[in-house]
Write a protein that binds this ligand. Structure first.
Ligand code: SAM
Ligand code: SF4
Length: 347
């Protein structure tokens, strides 16, 4: 979800995006969800029985995905992240990556995955042009993994991480959602992973996007608290640079990898937001915390040309609220959000 690939993407031919809002922000980063289904059932994302997942005819097709990326690139989008649901469940994933990576104007394609299917796919994804990969992993303990994800796939994920490290991605990040009483006692072990592995371990605040609302039950473990734990345990942390969502970035002296903290819930990162979100069924969400949607899929299926699609995209982003708090206030409170989980919004 909350991820960027700024230091993985070649900086040649930078071009200002024409997609702007009323607050002076411009948007060059498209986060595209490919699917709602998933092979895990993380407790902070969805209930055990899953959700009412959208079926294939409702999802964007390969051709529609290619077209939206081309259209967005023509307005100055130069980075794309593919996410979901679990994007590696799409059978056309390699084709989607290849097409995105060869789209004129696109400088970097990234993907967020739970890593379960990565061992088999890492090499082909890299060959297809994927430059950056984020792998989500919240615990290194088998029993806990089963508790958090309700599946027994930890060894698959570990092999997936190794496969990613063996492939030549420009950037690999490990996303760890920090939760009080679930995995806050593993922060130190995760930090040590970055000692000898070329990856960034990112601790992310829990957000209220899960159908079960576990975040209301005392699980929240904030960015400042995470930082305290790091500073308490490690005296050799040096500040480093990272992406715009990474509020604190460190590297242990001599370590191969980096550490970062993402205040995804406290939202002091909105002023630098550069992202456009499109759901797996082709709706633009101009803010993660807003339930307003702008429909590209139905416009495409009704015969809209690229100029009309561009107009929808630019208007949607022009209307972006100043920050996630304003987005929540502006929402029509009488309308229940049809998307209660990150798997439906696109993480
Ligand atoms: N299935 C893929 C995965 O897990 O990496 C991609 C989609 S997932 C929705 C994207 C990211 O959103 C993951 O890193 C996951 O940990 C994060 N996420 C999901 N629900 C969240 C929540 N309630 N709070 C914070 N992060 C969440
Ligand atoms: Fe699946 Fe990712 Fe949600 Fe976990 S966070 S249930 S892996 S979509």
């Amino acid at each position: 979800m909350v991820a960027t690939m700024s230091d993985a993407v070649p900086t040649s031919a930078p071009r200002a995006s024409e997609i702007v809002d009323r607050f002076g922000r411009s948007f060059n980063y498209l986060r595209l969800s490919l699917i709602e289904r998933c092979n895990l059932r993380c407790v902070y994302c969805m209930p055990e029985e899953g959700m009412n997942f959208k079926e294939a005819p409702e999802l964007l097709t390969t051709a529609e995905i290619d077209r939206l990326i081309r259209m967005a690139a023509s307005f100055g989008v130069d980075k794309v992240r593919l996410t979901g649901g679990e994007p590696l469940l799409r059978r056309d994933i390699i084709e989607i990556v290849h097409n995105a990576a060869t789209t004129e104007g696109i400088a970097g394609v990234a993907l967020t995955t739970n890593g379960v299917l990565l061992e088999r796919l890492a090499g082909s994804l890299c060959d297809a042009g994927l430059s950056a990969i984020n792998i989500s992993l919240d615990t290194l303990k088998a029993e806990r993994f089963a508790q958090i994800t309700r599946r027994l796939r930890l060894e698959d994920v570990k092999r997936g991480i190794d496969a990613a490290l063996s492939a030549s991605f420009a950037q690999i990040k490990l996303n760890v959602v920090a939760m009080r009483g679930f995995n806050d006692d593993e922060i130190v072990d995760f930090v040590r992973l970055a000692d000898d592995k070329r990856l960034t371990v990112r601790f992310i605040e829990l957000m209220p996007f899960d159908a079960d609302q576990i975040w209301k039950r005392g699980r929240f473990f904030g960015a400042e608290r995470i930082k305290q734990v790091l500073l308490q345990h490690f005296s050799d942390l040096e500040s480093d640079s990272g992406s715009s969502t990474e509020a604190h970035v460190f590297r242990r002296r001599g370590a191969k990898g980096k550490l970062a903290i993402i205040p995804a819930y406290t939202r002091d990162i909105c002023r630098d937001c550069n992202r456009i979100r499109i759901t797996a069924d082709g709706k633009i969400r101009n803010c993660l915390f807003s339930n307003q949607e702008f429909d590209l899929r139905d416009a495409m299926r009704a015969g809209a040309d690229d100029a009309a699609l561009g107009k929808i995209l630019c208007q949607a982003m022009l209307e972006k609220p100043v920050d996630g708090w304003a987005a929540q206030r502006q929402d029509d409170v009488s309308a229940t959000d049809p998307r209660t989980s990150m798997t439906q919004i696109g993480g």
